[in-house]
Design a protein around this ligand. Sequence first.
Ligand code: DLZ
Length: 170
Amino acid sequence: MATKNHNLSDYDINTVPDATGMKVGIVVAEWNENITAELLNGAKETLIKSGVKTQDITVMTVPGSFELVYGASQMVKADVDAVIALGCVIRGETPHDRYICQGVTYGLARLNAVQDVPVIYGLITTLDMRQAEDRAGGRLGNKGDECAITAIKMVDFKRKIESNAPRMTF
Ligand code: DLZ
């Protein structure tokens, strides 16, 4: 993928909708906590900078990334406009990591297809810890920032669809 020099924290502020009044749930995995805590900080800071109130951000933890699917499937039932799922899977000696990534990716994609609240894919999948650090507030920015902006854009997308006026704005 053409992401070599892409900084995950770079976004055009002019394209970010007003997030005032939005409620966001964040489900974060405890595995590789040094990384996922940074993703969570980035997501929260960017949501707040964009207008989401601190009290409108709900954070729940799950043990590992595999549990993100169940966590997100429950969080969408809460009073939230979007759910961000944050996790980090690092390549191991066996193919186990690939099964986890497949499960999470398929599970979150399926949630987006079958229910109403947008679920944002904040799973970092890397070959080693260094690559994860690069994407969790390091050299390549913070995937949490990217997820926060994506959540705001998807809530705005849904609001436009529901207000039946999307064609007017593009
Ligand atoms: C078991 C496991 C392994 C090997 N690696 C990771 C990882 O890199 N990142 C992560 O978030 N979770 C990992 N897990 C835990 C699984 O996601 C899950 O919590 C357990 O298999 C229990 O269902």
